[in-house]
Design a protein. Structure first.
Length: 352
């Protein structure tokens, strides 16, 4: 299992949901970076915030840095860290060794690893692995912040409820547990989640991510474009099923004269009048904000009885799931999206 992200910086992730710990190794981090731990902690707290719709699992997400940092400053050596699992209950998932969850990784993982994979809480496929992603991404984010590049995201929709407003990209959005463009819609989103939860079900939604102050000229054409690199990272986040930039699929319903982002000069600086292409053309940033949307599917671990199979006996069965699960992961996923985006942009900028 596992792979390495990045060319100019490298990140690898390890651990299982109910194992001893999850963690990662972030290599080629610039030396001499004084880590802003309150800043990093803010994002980890956002990912792990507690609400009625989140899992009842109690994890502190406190991290231990094993190497690459001395007196709070990066040394240039690989930065290795762990986040211990302190509230693991693997026995709640023992029946999943034979009864695979619909919509989850259980069956394809069983086939790929011949049944040796850890199924507890999803094992290595769990959203728990977004904790080390958030830690590593927050370090990348701090480096970008020092360059003036800021990353924001907010929930655009949950279930059948969508907010038509655009967000005001202020610091409050970065620290919000449930970032929304319009506070009036937060309650509507919560109601969608509560309705699903009362039925033993779950809902998904759409997250918009915006990267501000990124210069023009970042990225490569074709295989290492901003879009292909970003999409690859986003699809690495559990439950993400779609990524679109700018107007996305909507751009197919307008004319080229409407879709093109015309250029203008103001105060000696070139910029675009509109941003229908999400700040990327030809695979390279054009100086506008990089804007993309991520579709997050409903959590597959639900409490409704579902048809499944016993992989050992190859018989049809009914699965009545136990354990602790989120009714909606969309709010918590916002910070994972931002963290993944930070790693991508830092890597495309040369890792410095």
């Amino acid at each position: 299992m596992g792979a390495v992200f990045g060319k100019n910086i490298q990140f690898t992730i390890f651990g299982e949901s109910h194992g001893v710990a999850v963690g990662g190794v972030l290599s080629s981090v610039p030396h001499g970076v004084k880590l802003d731990f309150p800043y990093i902690d803010m994002f980890l707290k956002r990912r792990n915030h507690k609400a009625l719709y989140t899992t009842k699992r109690q994890e502190t997400d406190s991290y231990e840095i094993l190497s690459g940092v001395k007196d709070g400053v990066t040394t240039g050596a690989p930065l290795a860290f762990i986040i211990r699992n302190k509230d693991a209950k693997g026995k709640d998932y023992s029946e999943l060794e034979r009864l695979v969850r619909p919509g989850h990784s259980d069956y394809p993982a069983f086939v790929k690893y011949n049944g040796f994979n850890d199924v507890s809480g999803g094992g290595h496929f769990s959203g728990r692995l977004t904790a080390p992603l958030t830690f590593a991404g927050s370090i990348a984010r701090q480096i970008l912040r020092d360059k003036g590049i800021e990353i924001y995201s907010y929930v655009m929709s949950v279930g059948n409820t969508a907010c038509p407003s655009e967000a005001n990209y202020a610091k409050e959005l970065q620290s919000a547990d449930f970032p929304v463009a319009d506070d009036g819609y937060k309650e509507k989103f919560m109601q969608e989640i509560e309705n699903a939860s009362q039925q033993g079900d779950s809902v998904g939604g759409v997250i918009r991510c915006v990267i501000k102050n990124i210069p023009a000229g970042v990225g490569e054409p074709f295989f290492h474009s901003v879009e292909s690199e970003m999409a690859s990272m986003m699809f690495s986040i559990p439950a993400v099923k779609g990524v679109e930039f700018g107007k996305g699929f909507e751009i197919t319903r307008i004319k080229g004269s409407e879709a093109n982002d015309c250029y203008t000069v103001q105060d000696g600086e070139i910029s675009t009048v509109t941003n229908n292409n999400g700040g990327v053309t030809g695979g390279i940033t054009n100086g506008a904000d990089v804007v993309f949307q991520v579709a997050v599917k409903p959590t597959p671990s639900i409490f409704k009885p579902q048809n499944t199979v016993d992989v050992n006996t190859k018989t049809n069965e009914i699965l009545q799931l136990k354990g602790r699960h989120d009714s909606c992961i969309v709010p918590r996923a916002t910070v994972a999206v931002e963290s993944g985006a930070a790693l991508v942009i830092l890597d495309l900028l040369g890792g410095k």
